[in-house]
Design a protein around this ligand. Sequence first.
Ligand code: TEU
Length: 535
Amino acid sequence: ETTASWWRDAVIYQIYVRSFADGDGDGTGDLAGVRARLPYLVELGVDALWFTPWYLSPLADGGYDVADYRSIDPAFGTLAEAEKLIAEARELGIRTIIDIVPNHVSDRHSWFRAALAAAPGSPERDLFHFRPGRGEHGEIPPNDWVSEFGGTPWTRLDDGQWYLHLFAPEQPDLNWAHPAVRQEHEDVLRFWFERGVAGVRIDSAALLAKDPALPDFTEGADPHPYVDRDELHDIYRSWRAVADEYDGVFVGEVWLPDSERFARYLRPDELHTAFNFNFLACPWDAGLLRSAIDDTLAEHAPVGAPATWVLCNHDVTRTVTRYGREDTGFDFAAKVFGTPTDLELGTRRARAAALLSLALPGAVYLYQGEELGLPEADIPRDRIQDPMHLRSGGVDPGRDGCRVPLPWSAGEPYAGFGSTAEPWLPQPQSWPSYAADAQSGDASSMLTLYREALRLRRGEPGFAATVEETSGGRLNWLPSAPGVLAFARTDGLVCVVNLSDGAVELPDHTEVLLTSGPLDGSGLLPGDTAAWLRR
Ligand code: TEU
């Protein structure tokens, strides 16, 4: 394998820094916590770490409100410590991916402070989207767009002008038509590539470019006033030129259900990879999953980009909770408090889904805590900090339920998160039972399953993405019973996932390498169980 292509079949572990491990006891996870847990990540067997934003930030949106892209938030550590972490991880064979948030900055960023202090019409305000309001007294927002967090994406200042923020008011959108905005981000990319990062996740990658007229939204308008606009491709082509100087790799957060539009970002001179949200959002259903997989491979084929397989991240409901519900798909708009779930069932399915995603050709993203089988936590309403909840007037549960500080050790305070003060989000009563140390020696635990699967995946070249499979576009499906997915990889490796209710026979002449749960007394593969086999 060449250095230039490590990302084509990597397993990338997502670290939500604030909730991974607390190194200094203050209730917030930090870089010291990560450094102390590097051996755990080596033992788990991941190839790279993606860190959610660790920059200076008022944390109005968990760090996706960046006040300074070139410094680390003091709650997390220092720049020197980040450099050490990047280097230490690399020595252990683990690469680092950082998270760049180009659509907006924090309202505390020096550019926005200067814009606030400057007059309407000033060059400082040109870096953002400032507009007069509508109505007799300018009291109506400049257009009818809706914020990703609900309500109008416009906030009015005392001088009467409004500024645009597709997310929270603390996240003013940058004006990507301005050359200084483009220059600054290319400089920031260099800044981090110089410090040894191997890749960059691009936040809200399809939202940066806006129609300069900022027109009202018309259903079906093409181009859309702010989603997936053509200008983006020019921006990412110049980013790619910067990345290529360092052998850096991009993963775009391109949330577009239309696979043709999605694939336009995955060109050899644009983004190397993008998150596969269609797979993430897909219900636990053999037919739908098979189509999601086929569509994914077909859309990546013409551009030669490897697929990514994602089951969870810091924005979505934890997998074991999702798969234990009646509706197993994921939909932001459908999130409500108190949806019933069967955790036993959800866990069985999540275990099978882990083996499925790790057997598919391409890269896999693993969100912290998924390897422990953590469920979505119920956070008391008065403790929820997510702006998605706060901005919805308390109606939307928000995303904090998947961001709870991790349990490391069953017998310690706060399940071993490392805090002496109360962690920033409360942990459920059940947390100690999920602790990494409690799962470590347990052959039936989720952690053991992930470790085993990653060990096998590393050791079996057949699981590695081949160019044929990732860009030639087809999975070798084997005949199977209804509700069962079965496919072969190279070197005789076979993956069977039984999504039906009944037990099924395993293919003839196969040796069982790993299963997500015990086979039944007659050697059949029970429902909601997966197996890795060798023919
Ligand atoms: O999310 C961007 C994003 O558009 C979706 O995840 C969004 O929440 C959804 O489309 C709502 O309809 C990224 C980050 O992952 C998220 O944590 C941040 O809050 C957001 O950007 C703003 O930076």
